[in-house]
Write a protein of this length. Structure first.
Length: 311
């Protein structure tokens, strides 16, 4: 048995070296349990096995974030078609781990409607007698990209009981796994075709990844002063993203407040980042000498700093 240690590894959330989810893009089948259709008429396919479109698969990252007595596990998904929500009942065998929090992964952060307009997916959790229920839903027709690529669905945090040791592995399974897709829109049909169930649970190692000190996940957002400053021909801008994936923009502005160049415009996993600006604007032209501002913005943080370009 081993004690919990106060370190969080950023590569856990962004690395592709973990075992990939084996999920071929075959059609998924589902037993239709609807007795009536939305218009109130009897459902002619009740009890039948029907095709629900391209399948989705769920799995766990084999490793954890450990921060003091908090341990965070990551659930991943391969979505071969856009997903409109999830419903999971999660069971585990570690009596000394109590549920304490959650965060959306990049798959639930980067959602749009069918026209590509950015939307929001709501994530809720509720701990019942012996399991955790997770619900993700949207009232604005939000959906995942459905690109068939593996990505983080959500991060679930547990608190280790005082005086207890962290087990070397934890076994998880889903008692319920509903994943409504969009193939049969607007009906809610389950397109999940692979996930850890009671007969085939996921055994998750609690080991963390060896990493350099520069890869430790920060506690709060931070925007650092660019270096070098003044600069010519380029400068580096560093910033910190704390636990919980968020949509982040890093933008360069001139003294008139005009957007000169956007360096970052996407969901970022927790970690420490450095981006270089080569003093070239969005049109590909060299920026003029002078004072510029760079702004880091997320859903919960805004910061600006000044820099000087000397030609």
């Amino acid at each position: 048995m081993k004690k919990a240690i106060g370190i969080i590894i950023s590569s856990l959330l962004v690395s592709g070296v973990w075992a990939e989810i084996d999920c071929t893009a075959d059609s998924s089948y589902h037993i239709d349990t609807r007795t009536m259709l939305p218009d109130g008429s009897p459902n002619p396919t009740y009890g039948q096995e029907i095709t629900t479109g391209l399948c989705a698969c769920l799995g766990y990252v084999d490793g954890v974030q450990v921060n003091g007595n908090e341990v965070t596990f990551t659930i991943r998904i391969v979505d071969h078609e856009p997903i409109r929500g999830i419903e999971l009942d999660i069971y585990h065998d570690a009596a000394d781990l109590e549920f304490s929090g959650y965060a959306k992964g990049s798959k639930l952060e980067n959602v749009t409607d069918e026209e590509g307009t950015p939307r929001t997916m709501t994530l809720l959790t509720n701990y019942l007698e012996d399991h955790l229920k997770i619900l993700a839903y949207s009232t604005s027709r939000a959906r995942t990209e459905g690109n068939g690529e593996e990505g983080d669905l959500c991060h679930i945090t547990y608190t280790l009981a005082e005086g207890a040791s962290l087990p070397e592995q934890v076994t998880f399974y889903f008692g319920l796994a509903n994943v409504p897709g969009t193939s049969m829109d607007p009906e809610l049909l389950n397109v999940v075709c692979g996930y850890p169930d009671e007969n085939n649970p996921a055994v998750v190692s609690t080991a963390t990844v060896a990493a350099d000190a520069g890869q430790v996940i920060p506690d709060v957002f931070a925007l650092n002063q660019n270096y070098p400053n003044p600069f010519n021909p380029s400068t580096q801008i560093s910033f910190d993203v704390p636990s919980g994936s968020e949509f982040v923009t890093l933008t360069i502005y001139n003294l008139l407040g005009q957007n000169v160049k956007t360096l970052v415009n996407k969901v970022l996993s927790p970690g420490q980042y450095t981006f270089e600006w080569d003093a070239i604007d969005a049109m590909g032209f060299p920026a003029a000498s002078g004072i510029y501002f760079y702004e880091l913005r997320s859903e919960s943080f805004i910061a600006r700093k000044k820099m000087l370009l000397i030609r």
